[in-house]
Ligand binder design. Structure first.
Ligand code: PGA
Length: 231
């Protein structure tokens, strides 16, 4: 099981305090995705550390971007790509996301690639079509790479307090794996109260946690629930 904490553009818990709290956990890998300014502190604290995005070129005129070799140079282990906030607010397309993922993997980074439908798409019955396209493009570029993990994050569940039911998550995860057979994390309002039932689903291989990862206690509780879920 994997539990990844996406701090987004927030200051998270103290990296050393967090590292102390998760050090002894068995059966779960905790990954921290802090803002760029906190990457070094998280690496130095011994946390498995991912960036929140990564460009496909090793260097170039891409103001505001960061490249795979730059992250590797900092000791960073991987990166998120395709978070819905990148797609929604910064216009990233399926192709952009897949190129980012492929370049990061080729450089030796691990990747968590995020996919998920909007409320409108779910309401109009298009969830599977959207997932087929998003995951299909990642599959075309990356294939079943050992260092690739997917995250199913229904856009309507992110930061809203509305979580997919365990059945909805299971259905989507199993569909995603039928296209690209890699572990799939669930994301969207994961909290200590709902983590165990989501991670009890056979195709839910962990969680991508936003808001609840900013609080050390709730993040540790979710990690503990993940550790228990397969024991
Ligand atoms: P949330 O965010 O847990 O606050 O809903 C999840 C995410 O955006 O990765």
């Amino acid at each position: 099981m994997i539990v990844a904490g996406n701090w987004k553009m927030f200051t998270g818990p103290d990296p050393r305090a967090l590292a102390d709290r998760i050090a002894g956990l068995q059966g779960v890998e905790a990954i921290i995705c802090p803002p760029y300014t906190e990457l070094r502190a998280c690496v130095d604290a011994g946390l498995t550390t991912f960036a929140q995005n990564v460009h496909w070129e090793p260097e170039g005129p891409y103001t505001g971007e960061i490249s795979p070799p730059m992250l590797l140079g900092l000791g960073v282990h991987g990166s998120l790509v395709g978070h819905s906030e990148r797609r929604q607010y910064f216009g990233e397309t399926d192709i952009d996301v897949a190129r980012r993922a492929e370049a990061a993997l080729d450089a030796g980074l691990r990747v968590i690639a995020c996919v998920g439908e909007t409320q409108e798409e779910r309401d109009s019955g298009d969830t599977e079509m959207v997932l087929r396209v998003q995951v299909g493009v990642i599959d075309d570029e990356c294939g079943e790479d050992d260092r690739l993990v997917l995250a199913y994050e229904p856009v309507w569940a992110i930061g809203t307090g509305r979580t997919a039911t365990p059945e909805m998550a299971q259905e989507a995860h199993s569909f995603i794996k039928s296209i690209l057979d890699r572990p799939v994390l669930y994301g969207g309002s994961v909290k200590p109260e709902n983590a165990a039932e989501l991670m009890a689903q056979p195709d839910v291989d962990g969680a991508l946690v936003g808001g609840a990862s900013l609080d050390i206690e709730s993040f540790v509780e979710i990690c503990e629930a993940a550790a228990r879920s397969r024991s």
